[in-house]
Design a binder for this molecule. Structure first.
Ligand code: AP5
Length: 223
């Protein structure tokens, strides 16, 4: 029986651990992480036209309009390194984006294999995001309390400086959570109805959560 291409969505609120788990999946399964948040932040950093247009949405914790995110995603998904599968991190975020993705994947003849919904209560999300620090060079993620770097403000992996994301202030986090509950959480039902949804408990040790994620992934690649 032929293996299914593991096109995967990591769904979850801000701070659920989508990026953390995605990076571990990249190392293990050698398929790329497609993070729309990273793509939009790169556009902002390069001061491109797209970056200038999306900056206010990203820094306030609102959602970038569907058609803009879709154009970015459509281009990325067409790259050769996506032919053996990919991990969507932070996309889709609205029912409109999910419907467009469904059409796009039908056109490409490579449907989704699964959607992993990572669940974490809001209070823990706030604690995680306010303490998050990211490497300016290799993008590794740390936490001041839960996974602190060995030397304060320095990346364990490449020695570069760490920074705090602008949208990780308490005020913006509150808005991001509101937006998630109103606009993104309905995707749980959307994918449940398509029998693609797997729920993963997002509290606990990162390695333990990764074990649960890999069990699902291995089940998909076996079937
Ligand atoms: P995006 O970059 O996608 O941010 P997000 O979804 O808010 O998710 P985060 O990156 O904050 O969290 P995460 O789940 O990846 O958690 P992480 O692993 O880092 O989007 C940013 C913005 O871009 C949006 O607000 C929007 O404006 C725009 N945007 C992006 N995509 C869009 C789209 N499709 N449509 C429209 N707009 C879009 O972990 C968080 C912290 O917790 C870290 O410090 C980590 O070390 C720690 N941690 C992880 N796991 C654990 C654990 N098990 N226990 C303890 N700590 C943990």
């Amino acid at each position: 029986m032929s293996k299914r291409v593991p096109n995967l969505i990591l769904l979850g609120p801000p701070g659920a651990g989508k990026g953390t788990q995605a990076k571990m999946l990249v190392d293990r399964y050698r398929i790329p992480q497609l993070s729309t948040g990273d793509m939009l932040r790169a556009a902002i950093a390069s001061a491109s036209e797209l970056g200038k247009t999306v900056q206010s949405y990203v820094t306030s914790g609102g959602l970038v309009p569907d058609e803009l995110v879709l154009s970015v995603l459509r281009e990325r998904i067409a790259a050769p390194d996506c032919s053996a599968g990919y991990i969507l991190d932070g996309f889709p975020r609205t029912v409109g984006q999910a419907e467009s993705l469904e059409k796009l994947l039908i056109e490409r003849g490579s449907p989704l294999a699964a959607v992993l919904s990572i669940t974490v209560p809001d209070q823990e999300l706030i604690d995680r995001l306010t303490g998050r620090r990211i490497c300016t060079k290799c993008s590794s993620s740390f936490h001041l309390l839960f996974s602190a770097p060995k030397v304060a403000d320095v990346c364990d992996h490449c020695g570069a400086a760490l920074y705090q994301r602008k949208d990780d202030s308490r005020e913006v986090i509150t808005n991001r959570l509101k937006v998630y509950h109103e606009q993104t959480a309905p995707l749980i039902k959307f994918y449940q109805e398509r029998k693609l949804l797997h729920t993963v408990e997002g509290r606990g040790k990162i390695e333990m959560i990764f074990g649960a994620v890999c069990d699902i992934m291995d089940g998909l690649t076996r079937s």
